[in-house]
Design a protein around this ligand. Sequence first.
Ligand code: C2E
Ligand code: MG
Ligand code: MG
Length: 763
Amino acid sequence: MEPGNYLSESMMAAAFASDAILSVLLIFLWLTQRKEKHALFWGMGQIAIMIGVMTWFVGAKFLPHQIRLFICALMLTAGMVGYWGGTQYFLGDLRRRHLRGILIAAAALTGIFYLLWNAYYDLVAPATASISGAVMLWMGVRLVQAQQRYRWLGYTLIARGLFNIVSSITLTPELYLVWFAGTSLLKTLSMLGLIYSVQDEIQQRYARTIDSLSHGFLIRDRRGYVHVANERCASLLGFDSPSDLVGKHVCELLPDLTPAIADAYFQRFEAKGVQYPLTETATFKLHNGVKLPVEMMGSPYIERGRLYCLIQLIDISERKKKDDMLYRAARIDPVTGFFNRHALSVSLAQEVAGAAAAGRECAVLFLDLDKFKRVNDSFGHAIGDELLRQTAHRLYGVLRPDDVLARFGGDEFIVVMPDLAPGTAEQMATECAERVIGAIANRFDLSHHAIALSASVGVACYPLHGSDSDMLIRNADIAMYEAKKAGRGELRFFNDAMNAAAKEALVIDGALRGAIEAGEFTLLYQPIVDARTGKPAKVEALLRWHSAALGWVAPDRFIPVAEDSGMIVAIGTWVLNEACRQVARWRDGPLGGLTISINVSAWQLADPAFVGLVEQALASNGLDGHRLELELTERVLIDDGGQVRAVLRRLRALGVSMSLDDFGTGYSSLSYLTRFQLNTLKIDRAFVMDIEHSERSNSLVNAIIAMGHSLGLRLVAEGVETAGQAAILETMGCHYLQGYYLSRPIAPDELLRFAGARRLSAS
Ligand code: C2E
Ligand code: MG
Ligand code: MG
């Protein structure tokens, strides 16, 4: 086909111009992003085809024939490679490693075309048209198959390809104009399609980037309409796709959101001097009823002078769960599931503040399980924990709905009764404490063990017994301690005397520390004489403390404190050693052969080292076990779970004898006397005191002595102050007497004189 007339030349020029513009546009798109290499390929491909066609039509005038053929062959190849390569790249199928093959193929194709056209000159135009048509056809089919999104571009390319092929075969000069119009139209359409696809890919990339964000992402305008949203945002808010959100008002997305709130949120971005992003947490209620805790990060975003708001939504359900867990861990006791100490303090402080403001009262019940430690020691901690759990639930069961229950620590529980009417706190607390004590008194069934427990309860009321939460807890604790001292299952209200006692105990406790090292302790010895002969048979070692800070402090005051702190173990060891040393010193005198009696507290017996200490004290002073007697109180025996009996057995094996001190003041259970195989019973001073004047005391002592005899026990009467008492006790058959009538507790040298005098008087 040779160049036509003026009209066809100008039409062709217009077609070339439009080709050039569209191709350059494609190349320009590549230049802006440098990622859309398919645009470069397509653009270059089209330009190559254009140059080929131009060379063919225009070059005839001034180019040598061979060169013209060669350029046409080269450009056809370049066009094919451009379109083919661009499409492959677009579909993700072009790799760098293909490059060599492509170049070789292109060179070969160029050669083939050149040779072909040299031989068949007439074929240049139809072959070019049909070959490029075939490439278009292939492109179209590939696109339709692989990319649903660009199927229309695919169809257009198929149409362009088919048109080219068909027209290359059937074209006659008469139809030239029709062909030209058709091919130009299809070419322009397909190139616009290519440009669109490049643009669309760029946009898609942004959309995919936004969609792949793990955060929800949303852009809304001032009125509240959503312009952009990503997949994550849709799924967070319970919608299927972002398109369900775009165009909707934010109030349509969240049922609880009102236009006023949505407006107010936006207005914050219009304010000056605000730091972005605005981060806050909220809990969204979604359409499906689900509650979603989110963190919202809002930033302003300006497009064409208009303010938008860009919101990122982060699902913080997991974080919130963890926070809740931490909150629980900080406030909830893991064993019982009720408040812990910290939460209790906070809650009580609030209740006290509330009561103060409203002129109301409240009560704090401090509860401690009696002998809980023994359950733990005997059955293990798992059962101990189960017991605490059951206790907590029983307690909870007897409380009013507003009462607060907490595990304060160990086996201690606290009940706060808030908001009580003025003047009623003590009455209400008494009723509650009785319910609590009653609830604990029922047996607990713990995996095959039935355990009987009791609880001691101390009460402090606001405002009577304390003005703040710490003071109330402390005073309830002091009252509980007093309840405990009174026995099991008791209730005590705090009073100021308790406070004074508690304060004194604190002072004594402080002064006791270091007292052994400072040599502040001494022992006095009180003789225990044979009731018939009046000769000293034993001496009781009695501890004396002269504190550098407090002066003389009586044992009744400091021994309970030492027992509470556990210091009694060290003090008792000192007494044991000192007493044994003293007896050893008396060996060759009037006191030789005397038995020494020392007081031993429950703590010492529970100390696993105790028997060893006794053994050592005897051995290091060269004493026989028979020279030592230990005075125990019923309290020691009552708590026994079997250990005490074992310890006593080992002590007996050393020859050490045991006496029961202060008999008659405690539980006075006969079973102890037999069960623990005691040797001696010491009748408490309280009975001896009235023996001369009180019929009751007289017959009681008589009965104790008779009973002692029948059990084969030796009897000591304590606190004998008069000759009359001594005479009565002697006739009753009491074996030994101890008391001021015979001697006060005295220092060792005085005791020597006493013994010497007795021996003289007795002989
Ligand atoms: P306890 O073992 O019953 O000791 C007898 C207490 O009665 C002694 O009081 C003694 O001085 C006092 N006493 C003796 N005869 C008479 C009397 O005729 N009239 C009066 N009114 N009192 C008399 P003390 O020395 O004050 O000891 C008090 C308690 O302290 C002892 O009672 C004992 O339970 C405890 N204690 C003393 N020394 C020790 C010790 O070394 N270790 C332990 N664990 N407790 C000790
Ligand atoms: Mg004693
Ligand atoms: Mg006594």
